[in-house]
Ligand binder design. Sequence first.
Ligand SMILES: [Zn+2]
Length: 255
Amino acid sequence: MSNCPILFRALLGGALVASLLACRPERKPAETTTAPAVAAKPAATAPATPRKADFAEQSLKNAGLVDVQTLDPAILVDLKYSTTDNFVGVDVYGDLTRAYLQTVPAQKLVKAQQLLVESRPGYHLLIYDAARPRRVQQILWDTLKKPPRLKPLYVADPKEGSIHNYGAAVDLTIADERGQPLDMGTSFDFFGELAYPTKEDSLVKLGKLTLRQITNRRTLREVMRRAGFAPIDSEWWHFNAMSLERCKQEYGIIE
Ligand SMILES: [Zn+2]
């Protein structure tokens, strides 16, 4: 989210940790459920964990967003929040497995895919997250096992909302002809300086990233920038199609 870097700087003054804002916290193993230790109650009354955002896809359609792959099937989608391979270790997306964006951001993404194949024939953009209903943001916030004062370091506060909640931000990488993600030096949602675009040159000098890894990141940034997206300082995978202020003017938040 575009508000992430600002929040991060405000909170941490440039310290390394967390891409805070963004989209999520450190990776950790799948959470154990909170099922009661003593199975005294019938299953029907047991806590329903993990929570999922049922009908999330319908809420995106109702808000007028478009399924990106209907505009360009060459763009690949692997929504990490619809799997357990994410920073909370829980599938929070329920029925949502396709990537939705507002129309203008979706059209920009189609342009980015076209620019990519001009320089890398056969390659694909691979989306990890796109529009994210605010109630999913709330589930991430509630699921995150951190003290409340530390949560904003890992996830944007759902009360404020993020550009993802307006359908105008996308998390993505590049995949080769076989659909395999390129080596970007860190996984998606890695929390730390290794994921910072602003630190790449020094990290290469320190031997913590390779030239090939930052070349792959630069290829992604170049096609996204030329298509009208803005990168952020702390996550190589996150791009905004417009500012949070403009989102508020143009679109309603997706609940
Ligand atoms: Zn993001």
